[in-house]
Design a protein around this ligand. Sequence first.
Ligand code: GLU
Length: 547
Amino acid sequence: MDLKKLASALIPDDDLIDPDKYEEIYPPRDLPAGAQVTRLAPSPTGFIHLGNLFSALADERMAHTTGGVFYLRIEDTDLKRKVDGAVESVIRSLNYFGIKFDEGAEIESKLNIYGPYYQRQRAKIYRAYAKRLIEEGRAYPCFCTEEELDEVRKEQNAQKLITGYYGKYAKCRSLSEEQIYSNLAAGKPFVIRLRSEGDVNVKHTFHDAIKGDITVTENDQDIVLIKSDGIPTYHFAHAIDDHFMRTTLVIRGEEWLSSLPIHLELFKALGFKTPVYAHTSSLMKTDGGARRKLSKRKDPELSLDYYRSAGYYPDAVVRYLLTILNSNFEEWERKNPRSDWRDFKFKIDKMSRSGTLFDLDKLSDISRTRISQLSAEECYEFLRGWVEEFGTEADKLHFADGEYIIKILNLIMGTSGKKRRKDIERAEQGVRLMDYFFDDAFNPDYSFRFGDGTVNAVLDGFAEIYDPADDNSVWFAKVKSLAPRVGFAADMGEYKANPGAYGGNVSDIAEILRIAVTGSPNSPDLCTIMGILGRERTLGRLRAARR
Ligand code: GLU
């Protein structure tokens, strides 16, 4: 068969260049020895998930600790899934977590000579290589319809055979020249398939940078390279793009491990050197005692937007992911508690080989710790960033008064170096925690444990003697002084010795005041809260809480 003629009939494009030219257009990168070139290659679906951040972090670390490059490629060959703004959203989300690309789609960089970085814009390269493979007899047209392929699958299933297009099931592999041209003349749609030379009975040892030595079976499937609409499959585009973008290390989810034999054969057929592969294990969670993969449908915490909108401290999310990426990160962090996570020596071979357990409680705990280490000013900036993007109009107005918020934060977080409180877990919860400092957001729950007469006597009594100039001890003495008025014990010792003799004690008086002023029986130091609220607002609240 005249393969050159066949290639031109199947791929008649007259704007293709000699594929070898691409070796010059995209020359090997001029990088120091050992530098790793990594990439994130998401589909532009608009959904960016924790797994993306997990991989991106490993990619970014591997590139930036070796003097290499981390770039963004958009795998948009499946047009049905394209969502406007999705690329910007990937970049923005990763930036939020402190991860930056050096080059790629929508990234301003002088390094951008390996583009275009959208696969849809790379059709010519794929087609040039598909044509070359047809000329070499390594690819052929397949005219099988969906129905025919279905039939074959059913037959294979019935016989408990591996499904797919291979061996005697690869019908179009042996079409005669005549049949091919008559199909083309009849305008039958076709795909271009690889003519596999592999044998599933042959196994090789392959070194995966995460999984270690694994056994891979040769591929014998005549997989589709170019679909009937002219668009390449993931497999074909992966081999061509990672070669010409000069990727040295492909970090991707373990769901791709089963396609590895295909990719190894493709790199060989194309005459390209295979990159190093690192397959990351899936993020799992415990659910009702069993482990399962995090799911888009069931687990909101899979979406990266969840962490931004709930306001987890971004650095904490990264630190948490590092604890599951490298088991020695926690120990390093204990020794270097305030160091930048970028100073940690990340190692790809320390990554977990099988299912990685994701624990939101632990992440929350790290977020709480990191936030507690901020100064009130830094915390204000962090919360304000969240308020600007996700807060209510009222939140925005409240946050315009930075001085007032910082006073509140000093109270909530504690000012003394060692005894920082960990009450703020994430921005959303932290902002709500401050609501009672603003009349328009104050939503009290007046659940007093005492009768109306007692409550009113305490509220009125305190209003009469309250003076914002009082320091903590004078303030407390005044609270105590109300005890005899309502038949409560002013002295805790006396109360404990004879509880039956009193209606309550001094801490119950403080509780009545606390509920009136903050709307809840739990709050930080009440005297300071009254000081921040100021005289008028405090007295107003004492009045409003009367029964
Ligand atoms: N577009 C593929 C995905 O999102 C990329 C896999 C890879 O990194 O090669 O799963």
